[in-house]
Design a binder for this molecule. Structure first.
Ligand SMILES: Nc1ncnc2c1ncn2[C@@H]1O[C@H](COP(=O)(O)OP(=O)(O)OP(=O)(O)O)[C@@H](O)[C@H]1O
Ligand SMILES: [Mg+2]
Length: 233
């Protein structure tokens, strides 16, 4: 059994009289320590799948095995615990708490986690050791995204889930952020999933997962992934 098994997942959103089928029997798997890149056009179901995997949303049917446990079957309380301890999330627009400093943002996240890393050291590791006391508004977009990665990594999660983490960044800054994610995967052995619209990133992945119309239409592994520094787009 793989570390992550997303099996025949359906997700139906009911809105009054109509319903939208965001996922229709989507299946993929990811091995422990892999970096997976998720591609697909707008509306294909990528965010829905990541939110279900992260325990932020629930599947209508199917199973989602993470480290041997089916999270679809968890009750609400256990799902909260799963989200707190096992999942680090990185969003396109950082989602930092504006009135907390960089250090406080990371500390805040680690308070709810059981085996958290040292917040200060984690910020040093993402290159922000000299910006600990800055508020998000005093940091550039790339720096804010590095704080948000530090916040997710400091929880010492099983999975690092990133939804278009470079969507709001320029080329060079986006590349730095991707390098940080690739290093985090390789150095710390954290399983990382990255949603992107940038098909040029495919070579950096250990595994490529492509969505279309709520289904996974392609899944392939890459035995020799490229360093992000060697990819141009
Ligand atoms: N909470 C919701 N309520 C109703 N419909 C939703 C909800 N969330 C997503 N959807 C619908 O489900 C489908 C898949 O959406 P999703 O956000 O997963 O796509 P995506 O692949 O992440 O697209 P994008 O690349 O634009 O972010 C879309 O048709 C979307 O409108
Ligand atoms: Mg999305």
């Amino acid at each position: 059994m793989s570390y992550i098994e997303f099996r025949n997942v359906r997700k139906e959103y009911i809105m009054g009289e109509t319903s939208i089928l965001a996922l229709r029997d989507a299946s993929f798997h990811v091995e422990k320590g892999e970096l997976a890149v998720i591609l697909g056009s707008s509306g294909a179901g990528k965010t829905t799948a990541l939110n279900i995997l992260g325990g932020m949303d629930r599947a209508t049917s199917g199973s989602v095995i993470v480290d041997g446990r089916d999270i679809v079957k968890l009750n609400n309380r256990d799902l909260v615990t799963y989200r707190r301890h096992d999942i680090g999330f990185v969003f396109q627009f950082y989602n930092l708490v504006p009135n907390l400093t960089a250090l406080e943002n990371v500390e805040f996240a680690t308070q709810v986690s059981s085996n958290a890393l040292d917040p200060k050291q984690t910020l040093v590791n993402v290159g922000l050791g000299d910006r600990l006391d800055n508020f998000p508004s005093q940091l550039s977009g790339g720096e804010q995204q590095r704080v948000s990665i530090a916040r997710a990594v400091a929880k010492n999660p099983k999975l690092l889930l990133c939804d278009e983490p470079t969507g709001a960044l320029d080329y060079a800054t986006g590349k730095q952020v991707l390098k940080l994610l690739q290093d985090t995967c390789r150095r710390d052995g954290i399983t990382v999933l990255i949603i992107t619209h940038n098909t040029a990133l495919a070579p950096m992945a250990d595994r490529l997962i492509r969505f279309r119309s709520g289904q996974v239409i392609e899944e392939k592994t890459n035995p020799s992934p490229a360093d992000i520094e060697d990819i141009e787009w």
